[in-house]
Design a protein. Structure first.
Length: 189
């Protein structure tokens, strides 16, 4: 859904008039009356306290405002923040699952005598979580490859701590190809 130029002009005019109200309040030297000024500022800028107190309610209300085309009432600053954070969160999730997966693959290979169903469950679940994240956001298909080197370094360090093996026991660079790492049927031997 795109917002027309006239809708953006309305948002701009509305924001400027709200700014003007606060400036006028300051000119009237009502600064001593802080609660009143804060209240005026909140009303003037349409500050949505739900963003701070109940994110789920804020998101629901914002979605309704968008559906209804009430652009002037949208908490645009926080909406943009949330949209940016959503992408970051998806990337963080993939990176986290990739580290978890690599830790367990290293442990599987370097401590075969300790292999367990829980390690296998972690490997399977990490692969699934990465797959689901990419299905939800296909534009992140190449993200695991971009993160592989950094994820491997974290995994290598954590695997050394968890196994009590020296860090030097693990290769300095990832010994596994990404297609193998993500392959549901592959395990290192």
């Amino acid at each position: 859904m795109s917002v027309s130029g006239s809708a953006w002009r309305q948002v701009l005019v509305s924001t400027l008039s709200r700014c003007w109200l606060v400036v006028e309040a300051l000119k009237e030297k009502q600064v001593d009356d802080r609660p009143r000024l804060l209240n005026l500022a909140k009303r003037s800028f349409n500050v949505n306290t739900n963003y701070v107190t109940d994110l789920s309610l804020w998101a629901h209300e914002t979605a309704n405002l968008i559906r209804e085309g009430r652009w002037q009432n949208i908490d645009l600053e926080h909406l943009v923040e949330e949209l940016e954070d959503l992408g970051k969160s998806e990337k963080r999730g993939i990176a986290s699952q990739l580290v978890r997966l690599l830790i367990h693959l290293l442990k599987w290979e370097y401590q075969p005598q300790r292999r367990s169903d829980s390690w296998l469950d972690s490997i399977t679940d990490s692969r699934l979580q990465i797959e689901l994240a990419i299905m939800d956001s296909p534009s992140l298909k190449n993200y695991p490859l971009l993160e592989l080197d950094q994820a491997y370094q974290r995994a290598r360090s954590n695997a050394a701590k968890q196994t009590h093996l020296p860090l030097s026991k693990f290769p300095e660079t990832c010994p596994y190809a990404l297609d193998k790492i993500l392959d549901q049927d592959w395990l290192p031997e």
